[in-house]
Design a protein around this ligand. Structure first.
Ligand SMILES: [Zn+2]
Length: 390
């Protein structure tokens, strides 16, 4: 979801990244604390003091969210789930998994860890404030008190049973454990998520109309995010059902049109790109795959140089990142594509076998859904699943 975040630091082996949208959240939080909450809690201070308090409040919120996500990531790793890292973005944070939890138990444990950690962190700040409140300066105490309350709110809000919130994941893991059907469990949890998203959108609009412009807009945008995330999670589960366990050779386009490294770029464009309408060609010489050439790359080369330049000088050599083995699991390939581009070569040794395009995989998926949607997971499917596992 977030490929281009800025890497901040590593925490027990997890990379903590910042998506640029986080800065919007930081500004909103600082602003609303500096002109809203803190002047109301501690009247009579200078505006500068309120802005400094607001900045510390936002910094504390940053710390609190990393703390929450860190516990998700840690418990996930203890349960054998590969983690990509922690990313902070517009709506808080996310502990990104490289794969979905393998069992309801692991999903339950890794999820509940987040709200519990926030609950304890909130309690810690509140108790600290209670014990030291008398000796601390007013502004310091106000910031600590805010962090105590905000962490409790974070814990409670996240427990709302609406996917993709933690509560929605917990609901899904419970339903999944109950009936053993992850598709059905996800469907229910994401329906709750969609409904909750719509509720937030409506509340946002009402709040906006009542004059709370930024607050209303904020809930509206969060509502849209929750709704989309709920729907896409369900689609992801369906996608996994279709792709997992299938080799990529079942989805690739076999016998692709290949080009010679000695073609000029103009020949490539006129004889291949315009004729076949493909965006990528494997470059092959004497039956050996050398690499690939993408139409995208040509855009940066001035047209008048197309006659002088050869495919050979612009090809992208074969590597782990752009080539798949035909027996690679299709779900793994799909995940790889989300990070490395929507077209990959399928090759065995130095022989090119086909091209795998994300579009083709999605087309097969859509077709399957059209034929099967609404139908409950059939028992035959599960038998096949068991044979595969055996
Ligand atoms: Zn969480």
């Amino acid at each position: 979801m977030f490929g281009r975040g800025i890497h901040l630091f590593r925490l027990f082996g997890f990379s903590v990244k910042l998506d640029w949208t986080w800065s919007i959240l930081a500004i909103l939080v600082t602003w609303s604390l500096a002109v809203g909450l803190f002047p109301a809690l501690q009247p009579g201070l200078t505006p500068e003091s309120y802005w400094i308090m607001g900045a510390f409040g936002a910094l504390g919120l940053f710390f609190s969210i990393v703390f929450h996500e860190f516990f998700h990531a840690l418990v996930a790793r203890m349960n054998g789930i590969k983690m990509r890292g922690i990313t902070l973005f517009l709506f808080g944070g996310v502990a990104e998994m490289a794969e979905e939890p393998p069992s309801p138990r692991s999903e339950f444990l890794m999820t509940i860890a987040g709200p519990i950690s926030s609950f304890f962190l909130g309690g810690f700040f509140l108790i600290l404030n209670l014990l030291l409140g008398a000796v601390l300066a007013g502004p310091v105490s106000a910031v600590i008190g805010y962090l105590g309350v905000i962490n409790i709110i974070l814990a409670v809000f996240n427990m709302i049973p609406a996917f993709p919130l933690d509560g929605g994941r917990i609901l899904r893991s419970a339903l999944w454990a109950w009936k053993g059907d992850v598709r059905w469990a996800t469907k229910i949890a994401s329906n709750f998520g969609s409904a909750f998203g719509i509720l937030l959108i409506v509340l946002g609009v009402l709040s906006f109309l009542r004059g709370n412009l930024i607050g209303g807009l904020w809930w509206f945008v969060i509502g849209i995010f929750v709704r989309n995330a709920a729907a896409s999670t369900y689609q992801h589960v369906l996608l996994r059902e279709v792709l997992q366990g299938e080799p990529v050779r079942n989805f690739m386009r076999p016998n692709p049109v290949v080009v010679s490294p000695h073609l000029t770029l103009r020949e490539l464009v006129e004889d291949y790109v315009y004729r076949h309408h493909f965006k990528m060609f494997p470059v092959v010489e004497g039956g050996l795959l050398l690499g690939r050439i993408d139409v995208e790359q040509l855009k940066d080369i001035p047209r008048e140089e197309w006659d002088m330049r050869l495919v050979r000088d612009h090809l992208e050599p074969m590597s782990e990142d752009n080539t798949l083995h035909p027996n690679t699991d299709a779900m793994k390939a799909f995940t790889k594509m989300q990070h490395l581009g929507t077209r990959l070569l399928v090759a065995e040794g130095n022989a090119v076998l086909g091209i795998l395009a994300m579009r083709d995989m999605i087309r097969v998926f859509a077709l399957k859904m059209e034929l099967e949607e609404g139908a409950p997971a059939r028992p035959e499917d599960r038998d096949r699943e068991d044979q595969r596992a055996a």
